[in-house]
Design a binder for this molecule. Structure first.
Ligand SMILES: [Cu+2]
Length: 319
């Protein structure tokens, strides 16, 4: 891995956490698992015009060894308690209890911006791709604002009115490197971690999964694609309708908006590789050519994982 690609990844993670509007948010909203994390909670405004008098943040399970930084003019109070489980901390130590809530009491006029800082540790037991949410209550001279909304699965957090500050987690550098081995740049698009599953003998279809980030200023669309071992690739959406998993082809393609990262994964959006002429064997790579509306044709390779890898088998698709 080059330095440059590492920086690109960091930039991509940072872009994911950039605030859409003036919410209370974490200044550095992405961190690596298995290391310390300095949380900077940014408070850009009061409750309407009213000055902020107290900021209370709830520490999520899995964020350990939390210590607030003293702040001139503000009184700090913490609530401690037992974690749901015990975590491996630095130097082989275990941590099973600690700070679960911090409040800062003081005054911050609506005309000013301020930051509330604490240190923490993100144990190796945390999972990449599962973000941590830090619900925050902002109390003001008049009224309060609760920054506590957490997006439902598949929901865009930008659609929330008062989203909880979020910390996105990345795997350790070793895992990040493995991910980046399959990273492809195409114009403003960055495609990461493309994979599929081994198919049972005779299977005619297979799902394809990847993550695509649009670093550009224009929207693009993933329209489908082609591959040597079958007829074509469609983009599908899988969703629950009346308790039944249903799939539908996205005939207009899948939009990837500027600044957005879209994940194709089992149970959600996916590539559908059609009319396989031979099955995919675990460990091989399948060359496919994706078709984007603006970025055009993009060659990638899907890693073939185990038959049952992380989701329903391709043969179970009801077409
Ligand atoms: Cu499908």
């Amino acid at each position: 891995m080059t330095h440059r690609s590492m920086l690109t990844l960091v930039a991509a993670l940072a872009a994911l956490s950039a605030p859409a509007s003036a919410h209370v948010f974490l200044q550095s909203g992405a961190a690596t698992i298995g290391g310390s994390y300095r949380a900077v909670l940014a408070v850009p405004h009061g409750c309407g015009p009213s000055a902020t008098t107290k900021v209370t943040v709830t520490i999520p399970e899995g964020m350990i060894a939390v210590k607030p930084m003293p702040k001139p003019g503000w009184t700090i109070a913490t609530k401690k308690g037992a974690y749901a489980k015990s975590y491996d901390f630095m130097h082989g130590m275990k941590a099973s209890e600690g700070v679960q809530e911090i409040s800062w009491t003081g005054k911050l006029d609506n005309d000013f911006y301020d930051e509330f800082v604490f240190s923490s540790y993100l144990p190796a037991a945390l999972k990449a791709d599962v973000p941590l949410y830090l619900p925050t209550l902002q109390t003001c001279e008049s009224g309060s604002e609760s920054w506590a909304e957490i997006p439902a699965a598949g929901q865009d957090s930008h659609s929330l009115k008062s989203p909880a500050p979020v910390l996105r987690l990345a795997a350790s550098n070793v895992d990040a490197m493995a991910q980046m081995a399959g990273m492809v740049h195409a114009g403003d698009l960055m495609i990461m971690a493309p994979w599929t599953r081994a198919t049972p003998p005779g299977a005619k279809i297979a799902g394809g999964y990847l993550t695509v980030t649009n670093n550009g200023k224009q929207s693009d669309r993933l329209l489908g694609g082609s591959f040597a071992g079958g007829s074509r690739i469609e983009v599908h959406e899988m969703s629950m309708t009346d308790g039944v998993m249903k799939m539908r082809p996205l005939n207009d393609g899948l939009e990837i908006k500027p600044g957005e990262t879209v994940k194709l994964e089992p149970g959600g959006f996916h590539l559908m590789l059609l009319d396989l002429s031979k099955s995919f064997a675990q460990g091989e790579k399948v060359k496919v050519q994706l078709q984007f509306e603006k970025a055009g044709k993009v060659d990638i390779e899907l890693d073939v994982n185990a038959v049952g890898a992380a989701g329903p088998a391709a043969g179970g698709h009801a077409h």
